[in-house]
Design a protein around this ligand. Structure first.
Ligand code: UD1
Length: 366
């Protein structure tokens, strides 16, 4: 079975690492039947900075990509089109049986479109998530990818229900659990050695971890300013570690929003191990990331998600996640800081074995 796995942007890398390992395990041990997997890894180059890409390959032990399309940044149309043009050549040359795409970034939808039109089967890992908000580019990517994929593997039961409601036949859907948690579990020993603890003199449960990058939060002064004000207020109470995404950095400069405070540690983007360390040990995470909503649920760390909705509702119903808006941020932070108990449950099949279920599912469908 020949499989091309696609990764393009930062949140994809922790999702493909366990897949690469499971494919290698099938080849060395034939755990799931006699058939070997001929695996090719394609990096679209959507993210290209060392701190947005290479560091994750190194930390997660992902083999170097077999092919890098080097598309870089651009408008949505340009970026998607460039990936499609380059990926079509790869498919024509290598003729895979399946392509595997993960998540909801532009590279995910671009490669799915190309493969489907060439009659190559598409497997979507992390299928079925819906925010219901078509103003988010990721929601469009999810809807389009899931409407053409051949095998849809949601991380939670709500994803299966969304797909059924959209008319996806039952035999294409399998709930496999959350592949991000495979990487989390594999990397805990390393993340607990993070040098950030010493560098910033961090005490467990006495600092906050903040990430922000969604256009809806950072691209307008009206939203970015109150968020930064909320963070400055939080910095009055504890150290705030704030690794800044390139998009956010650009917008803070454009709007001349200052965030100087001795307790607000605005730093460059961090690697995977440091991020896990901060999520596990923080008193509170403030974010608009999809992945952090899930990682904090696993760690049972309180999380405030600066969005009006989430495609990951299980992190609200079972996990430790809560939605917030810029204007209510300080109030929501104070509610968490004054809470005595912190309830949360790890969702079903978020157990570190999702990549094995994905591999088995693929091999069963050739
Ligand atoms: C993309 C994904 C988003 C994901 C996020 C994680 C889409 C539509 N969005 O958003 O779902 O949560 O990645 O980061 O696919 N840039 C750099 N260096 C890089 C990459 C980007 O400086 O390595 C800068 C460029 O100025 C670029 C901007 O960041 O224009 C945005 O990058 P882009 O890939 O377009 O989207 P993200 O906001 O990162």
């Amino acid at each position: 079975m020949k499989i091309i796995t696609v990764a393009g942007a930062r949140p994809n890398f922790m999702k493909i690492a366990p897949l690469m390992r499971a494919f290698a395990k099938q080849n060395s041990e034939r755990c799931w039947g006699p058939e070997p997997i001929e695996s090719l890894l394609v990096h679209t180059g959507q993210h290209y900075d060392v701190k947005m890409s290479e560091i994750f390959f190194r930390e997660l032990g992902i083999p170097d990509p077999d092919i890098n399309l080097e598309v870089g940044s651009g408008s949505h149309a340009v970026q998607t089109a460039e990936v499609m043009k380059a990926f079509e050549q790869v498919c024509l040359e290598h003729k895979p049986d399946w392509i595997v795409v993960v998540g909801d970034v532009n590279s995910t939808v671009a490669c799915s479109l190309v493969a489907t039109k060439l009659h190559i089967k598409v497997c979507h890992v992390e299928a079925g998530l819906r925010s219901g908000d078509r103003g988010m580019p990721e929601e469009i990517n999810r809807l389009v990818t899931d409407s053409i994929a051949d095998l849809l593997l949601p991380p939670s039961e709500d994803g299966c229900e969304n797909l059924r409601r959209e008319g996806v036949p039952e035999n294409k859907i399998q709930m496999v659990g959350n592949i991000m948690i495979d990487s989390l579990v594999d990397n805990l020993a390393k993340s607990r050695q993070s040098p950030l603890k010493e560098q910033f003199q961090l005490e467990d449960d006495n600092f906050a971890f903040v990430t922000l990058h969604r256009p809806s939060n950072v691209d307008q002064k009206d939203t970015l300013e109150p968020i930064i004000a909320g963070l400055l207020q939080l910095a009055e109470q504890m150290p705030v570690i704030f690794p800044i995404h390139p998009r956010t950095k650009k917008m803070l400069e454009t709007f001349a929003i200052t965030h100087d405070h001795p307790n607000l540690k605005a730093i460059d983007p961090i690697g995977y191990h440091d991020s896990l360390y901060l999520s596990e040990h923080a008193k509170l995470v403030v974010t608009d990331s999809g992945g952090l909503q899930e990682e904090t649920t696993y760690f049972k760390t309180p999380c405030l998600t600066l969005r009006p909705n989430t495609e990951r509702p299980i992190t609200l119903s079972l996990g430790t996640n809560k939605l917030s808006i810029p204007e209510a941020l300080s109030q929501d932070i104070n509610a968490i800081l004054s809470a005595t108990e912190n309830h949360g449950e790890i969702p079903p099949l978020w157990d570190g074995k999702t990549a094995e279920r994905v591999t088995q599912s693929l091999l069963g469908r050739n």
